[in-house]
Design a binder for this molecule. Structure first.
Ligand code: AKG
Ligand code: FE2
Length: 744
């Protein structure tokens, strides 16, 4: 019987630390409710935000400002069934104060927490203490020695007793770990509490970072060693073959903590999770082998002489943790790559906010946003910005302030594109989606992309993979690769057949993103559009509900590869032909490569400037039709980026939202705004023949796109007739011409 049944509540002390955040995460994953103690509100809020979306209502924080204060945990331990005690007192600058500043606080702190648990944690069944290899490794032993959990560091505590405050800080640190753990075992023996104890004794811990780090200077020491390495300020050539100790992945340390709660036999035991000894040469080999780590970092990392060195160093056996707790270790490769990946991702976020909480334990290279262009003289489209937090959903009703209706209405009646900000996703969550997109396009084999291809011509559907070269424009084949998820393709029976096995584990995260786009962003935008048409704010939303049953929404991850010079020249730098979107609303997640151009009311192409974590929103045909074209479906295209971005692949994430498939696309004449828009037609029918539904229109447009059915008209643009209406693929001016014109 598990000692702490799932769904019970566990307390994690020091919950904001590097290891502790992973402990909290895995406790939540295992089904526990978690209370985490932290030192400040700010740290508490960070954690609440980190866990809120995946584990709503399952995590809360409690403040314990000073863990050395006797009775400090009296309140926190009430009502919990287990305690994971990871907090340890931390003191800078203990030089000359080894005993007062390091050893005593560690010992007293441990005792006082255990006393709180004994006196007030009446429901607690088990306590798991985060100890350390430092409590096992005895520096007075001859090196090399293979250690196990049976060993104790005896000499550091003995030195502490002899040397007191003058003990050297490294040895004092080891003494503090050894003595604090010893104090815990002694407490259990003497006090006979109602719970039993297990300890986790990891060596050097690396792996992904989840905790709050606001600058590289505040990284914890172990992770900082990898940061320094990739900055060129860490280990040097000479250090590489030398002993580096034993290592373990932070995810495995966390797993050991959780298993130690669940496995009955873990009570009264110590566990040293580790994959054993390593050298810095192993680390640099992994860094240089990782194709996804950018050259600018690799160039700073010493190379040494590749291979394994037989170093005389102490080893630690991780076998007991595998055997008793059933922990399966991550490889050193995974540990190092995820550490580097995290660090590059934190840097991409400017060390602000939080990373996305991964839902699956599969290593994903981070997406590193390309540098923004510094080319001057680009003509940017002057787009209005909508603050989405001002549109509020309360139950069945969405509230749109009047000035939003006015300003957005104006923007969509003229330019047809806007930015939207404050949508509710963090930048970390967005970077995760781009990392998933990058994986879908870079790490899925060509065979799988072909096998799971979208049936564009046959079914008029984009769902699945679209490889390069499926469209042609003036005889030039496209260089755009896509992976598209349809809202209905998320149904498990369909998803399992529509996407490759390697994509399946990510589908829950992709689905959550799709749902957020639909149920929050699209819903708010539809409320704004409804109000612009002077309809009830839920009017258009009512045409769009249950997308997973009746919808046509597409979530697209696309990768634009660089065409050959000859192809680029032939099309004047156009990489995705000018078009209107055929959906209701397009949500483009802003990305840094400057390529999206909008045809402005003055018939000039202007570029959309990147804004990190903003949305670029435009209306598609379906919304234009139902609004009697009061709302504009604006023509746009994708062109060659400026020279300083020429070498980057362009990754994008797009959500194309539709009315339900059976929605007829006839103008909504109950709207006075639509009536007015139609007045100019002097009775000419909007649809000359049968009114297409949303589904029909999508099918016609998808089949026709890039199939070459269009004809050049007298106006110089190409046109094609679909459902009796003329669709224009506007040619406009070429990119080159516009830039030249602008320089002159
Ligand atoms: O790549 C972009 O920025 C826009 C893509 C686009 O317009 C589309 O896929 O409809
Ligand atoms: Fe588009």
């Amino acid at each position: 019987m598990p000692v702490a049944p799932s769904a019970s509540t566990v307390l994690v002390t020091g919950a904001s630390g590097y290891i502790a955040v992973h402990v909290v995460h895995q406790a939540l994953k295992a089904g526990f409710n978690v209370v985490g103690t932290v030192r400040s509100e700010e740290k508490g809020r960070y954690l609440e935000q980190l866990f809120a979306k995946q584990y709503p209502g399952k995590f809360r924080h409690a403040i314990v400002a000073d863990i050395e204060q006797p009775g400090g945990f009296d309140e926190a331990v009430k009502g919990v069934q287990a305690v994971l005690h990871t907090a340890s007192p931390f003191h800078f600058n203990s030089e000359g104060k080894a005993l007062d500043a390091l050893v005593n606080p560690a010992v007293n702190g441990t005792k006082s927490v255990l006393k709180s648990i004994k006196d007030h944690g009446t429901e607690v069944k088990r306590v798991v203490l985060t100890s350390s290899f430092a409590a096992i490794l005895d520096p007075s032993n001859k090196t090399p020695k293979e250690y196990t959990e049976k060993d104790w560091n005896e000499s550091s505590p003995a030195n502490s007793a002899k040397e007191g405050n003058s003990q050297n800080p490294m040895d004092a640190y080891r003494a503090s770990k050894s003595m604090a753990e010893r104090a815990a075992w002694d407490f259990v023996e003497q006090e006979q509490p109602q719970w039993d104890l297990a300890t986790i004794n990891p060596p050097f811990v690396l792996g992904p970072v989840l905790h709050q780090v606001n600058s590289p200077d505040s990284l914890n020491t172990s992770v900082a060693s990898i940061w320094k390495l990739i900055q060129g300020t860490g280990k040097t050539e000479q250090d590489l073959p030398g002993p580096a100790g034993c290592v373990v992945d932070v995810r495995d340390v966390a797993a050991a903590h959780i298993k130690a709660l669940q496995v009955a036999d873990a009570g009264g035991e110590r566990f040293a999770p580790t994959i054993g000894q390593w050298t810095w040469q192993n680390v640099v080999d992994i860094v240089h082998d990782a194709s996804w780590i950018p050259g600018e970092y690799k160039d700073k990392v010493p190379k040494g002489k590749r291979g394994n060195y037989d170093v005389k160093q102490n080893d630690l056996s991780g076998a007991k943790t595998e055997k008793v707790l059933g922990v399966e270790y991550h490889s050193l490769k995974s540990t190092i790559e995820t550490t580097v990946g995290s660090l590059l991702e934190y840097q991409a976020r400017d060390w602000q906010g939080a990373p996305a909480l991964p839902a699956v334990d599969i290593d994903l290279p981070p997406w590193i946003p390309p540098k923004q262009t510094s080319e001057s003289g680009l003509e940017w489209a002057p787009l209005h910005t909508l603050d989405l937090s001002r549109v509020t959903i309360e139950g069945d009703h969405t509230h749109v302030p009047e000035d939003v209706v006015r300003d957005v209405g104006q923007a969509f009646n003229t330019i047809g594109f806007i930015y939207a900000v404050d949508h509710g996703l963090t930048y970390g969550e967005l970077l995760r989606q781009f990392a998933i997109g990058q994986y879908l396009l870079n790490n899925v084999s060509d065979e799988d992309k072909e096998k799971f291809r979208a049936r564009i011509r046959e079914d008029g559907s984009f769902v699945g993979y679209k490889q390069q070269g499926k469209w042609q424009l003036d005889g030039v084949l496209d260089r755009v690769e896509q992976c598209n998820f349809g809202s209905k393709s998320f149904q498990p029976s369909i998803a399992s057949k529509t996407f490759p096995p390697s994509v399946q584990p990510f589908i829950p995260e992709i689905l959550a993103f799709a749902r957020f786009n639909h149920a929050v962003i699209y819903r708010k935008l539809l409320a704004v559009f409804s109000r612009i048409l002077d309809l009830d704010s839920e009017f258009l939303w009512n045409l769009s509900q249950n997308p997973e049953e009746r919808g046509l929404d597409l979530l697209r991850y696309a990768l634009y590869h660089k065409p050959s010079q000859a192809d680029d020249d032939k099309l004047g730098g156009v990489r995705l032909n000018s078009h209107t979107d055929f959906d209701s609303v397009s949500i483009l997640w802003s990305q840094p490569i400057t390529s999206l151009e909008v045809l402005m009311p003055d018939n000039q192409w202007r570029l959309v400037k990147h804004r990190p974590n903003a949305l670029v929103i435009n209306a598609g045909d379906a919304l234009a039709f139902v609004s009697g074209e009061y709302i504009k479906a604006t023509i746009h295209r994708v062109v060659k980026p400026p020279q300083d971005q020429a070498s980057y692949p362009r990754l994008g994430a797009f959500y194309f939202a539709f009315f339900n498939e059976d929605t007829p696309l006839s103008p909504l004449t109950q709207s006075p705004v639509v009536q007015k828009a139609l007045a100019g037609r002097q009775g000419k029918p909007f649809w000359p023949a049968e009114v297409p539904t949303s589904g029909k229109w999508e099918q016609l447009r998808v089949k026709a796109y890039g199939a070459g059915g269009e004809k050049k008209g007298e106006d110089g643009h190409t046109h094609e007739e679909l459902a009796g209406r003329k669709v224009t693929y506007h040619q406009g001016q070429t990119v080159q011409a516009r830039r030249q014109a602008q320089v002159a």
